[in-house]
Design a protein around this ligand. Structure first.
Ligand code: MG
Length: 160
């Protein structure tokens, strides 16, 4: 059977609040504010999960892990990613690569790229070269630029 290649795209936004832990790609990043959400609000992993589900034709994160379900309250998003990996395996999909862009005015995220990449690759059980993580500010424009929140986009390619 011919190899099937599927693309997926994900996007997510979370609000920032002072005194919350900032968790991106499963890595805790020192900052005066963290993201707010029903789960740990890991905007990077949420965008990635939506891209993976999208590539598989499996809807989105809210379909699989509804925020009305108390089981997902404050859950580590890495645990949701682990469940998505099980769906990938069941459907025989393999990750070709993932490319993620974070949008955040502060803190500087470049010093954390390597740790996030390592963590995400480990969670997806792939070599680090299949994962790319980068970030941009929005030049102080808009709600990201004012530090009100962060956003992330992700694209993935899967094969089976
Ligand atoms: Mg989210």
């Amino acid at each position: 059977m011919a190899t099937e290649i599927r693309i997926g795209h994900g996007f997510d936004v979370h609000r920032l609040r002072r005194g919350r832990k900032l968790i991106l790609g499963g890595v805790t990043i020192p900052h005066s504010a963290g993201l707010v959400g029903h789960s740990d609000a890991d905007v990077l992993l949420h965008a990635l999960i939506n891209a993976l589900l999208g590539a598989m034709g499996e809807g989105d994160i809210g379909t699989h892990f509804p925020d009305s379900d108390p089981r997902y309250k404050d859950i580590e998003s890495g645990m949701l990613l682990a469940e998505v990996l099980l769906i990938m395996r069941r459907k025989r999909f393999k990750l070709i690569n993932a490319d993620v862009t974070l949008m955040a005015q502060r803190p500087k995220l470049a010093p954390h790229y390597a740790a996030m990449r390592k963590k995400v690759a480990g969670q997806l059980k792939v070599v680090e070269s299949k994962i790319n993580i980068k970030a941009t500010t929005t030049e102080k424009l808009g709600w990201v630029g004012k530090g009100e929140g962060m956003a992330a986009t992700a694209v993935v390619l899967l094969s089976r």
